[in-house]
Write a protein that binds this ligand. Structure first.
Ligand SMILES: [Zn+2]
Ligand SMILES: [Zn+2]
Length: 167
């Protein structure tokens, strides 16, 4: 009975968008995707080694949440239409091009102003972002094969690259 007392519906479902086949579940800022069975949800960063998962009851209550994430939560904001959008920011660069930061990962513009590739592209990472001309993220392939770079922000708002984080 104790499990039942702790059962909660304190999570949000993020409806799937065109390119995403499945709904996402958001709990404490982290997103989870359904996997194999409708009662098991795994962290969206599962492929990067995160072991967090949620066990759901048939009527949609969280029975058990293993929320030991090895990474920071993705950043979403809710727009006026109530849609979830990934929050990103542009980092001014001393080099020629700006960087785009999404969930702690950095992307550089490549060939087209609407296509951004992970800064680790040269090391084999295939993550990329497809941007609308209005600057909205249409599609984000967030399957990085590495941990995010670590930046700190100086008093003047400059981003300084630290070391890579280990999962
Ligand atoms: Zn996680
Ligand atoms: Zn990457």
């Amino acid at each position: 009975m104790r499990e039942r007392e702790r059962a909660t519906k304190d999570y949000k479902l993020i409806p799937a968008r065109s390119r995403q086949k499945k709904n996402l579940l958001m709990l404490n800022g982290y997103t989870f995707a359904q996997n194999h069975t409708p009662r098991l949800w795994y962290c969206s960063q599962k492929r990067n080694g995160c072991k967090a998962k949620i066990k759901m009851s048939d009527n949609g209550y969280i029975l058990r949440a293993d929320t030991d994430h090895c990474h920071t939560p993705p950043m979403y904001y809710i727009n006026k239409l109530g849609e979830y959008r990934l929050y990103y920011k542009l980092i001014p660069s001393r080099q020629k091009k700006n960087l785009l930061m999404l969930n702690g990962y950095t992307f550089a513009q490549n060939h087209s102003p609407r296509l951004w590739y992970c800064s680790q592209k040269r090391n084999g990472c295939k993550a990329k972002i497809n941007m609308s001309h209005k600057g909205r993220i249409l599609y984000a392939d967030k399957d990085h094969c590495h941990t995010p770079p670590e930046y700190y922000v100086t008093k003047t708002g400059e981003y300084v690259l630290m070391k890579s984080k280990k999962c």
